[in-house]
Design a protein around this ligand. Sequence first.
Ligand code: PGA
Length: 304
Amino acid sequence: MAKVQKRKTARKKRNTQGVVIKNKVKNETPIKKIRMQTKRMAVSKTKSKKFYVIANWKMNPTTAPRAKALFGAISERSRRLKYTNIVVCPPFLYIDTLKSGYSGRKIAFGAQTCFLEESGPFTGEVSAPMIKSVGGEYVILGHSESRAMGETDEDIRTRADNALNSNLTPVICIGEDARDEDGDYLAVIKNQVHAIFYGMSRDWLRRVIIAYEPIWAIGKTGKDAVTAHGLHETGMYIRKILAEMFDKSIAIEQRILYGGSVKAENASALIDGTQVEGFLVGSASLNAEEFFGIAEAVEDYAKR
Ligand code: PGA
């Protein structure tokens, strides 16, 4: 474990050079100002070449036959999609089974995390090259449920580096746990973006997907999701931070998805004009019909 600790210390050191990460950013720009500043940073829809709907099955379903049945229902419906990429992230041990039984090409597979090292004495862990070797192409990192079990921004960056090294696409979750009138939640987002992406090469950043997942909106009803307005604003704020850290073109091209109580009923409102390129879907991904209601809303928007 010493190796892991060493990496963490090195990362912490690097992250504190020049950027305030651990401390709350003081005098954060009020949301109204951000609105003005990002007005001209409009992301044209044609530039967003790819739309995604990513299923995060979490620790479900409990048996392999049920996982196969759910996947079968999803893959059957996915044939109709032309503009929307579907990624299914089941528990680790279903990836190989589902991938080997799937002859289509519309659905890609992903895992829900990967370990900090590639191999070694780490009982119970699964690494990025292992995910790749069974056909995984994506990996969700920094999910609030993983953060709640101790995953730090430094860990997320180390896992992202491993994932990118193994040619996986990291889907990196960021998001505040609560919103406040003063816009303090923006400082949380800024600190996360700095800590995770500081010093990353532009080539690697281009391969990353960011999922904005406000914790307060996860696992609720469609009415509790972020509003389209709030989503647009926060998405633009994330781009603004990236523009400051990297440059404007990176910020505009960055793929940003939204996650948190996305359902068939609110998917159209959350994709239309919010300048996100799709969704990371939890509970609604366990119901093929509901999940496809979401995918169809994205597809309708993408083909317009
Ligand atoms: P939810 O979960 O869609 O059930 O809110 C989203 C997530 O946790 O990724």
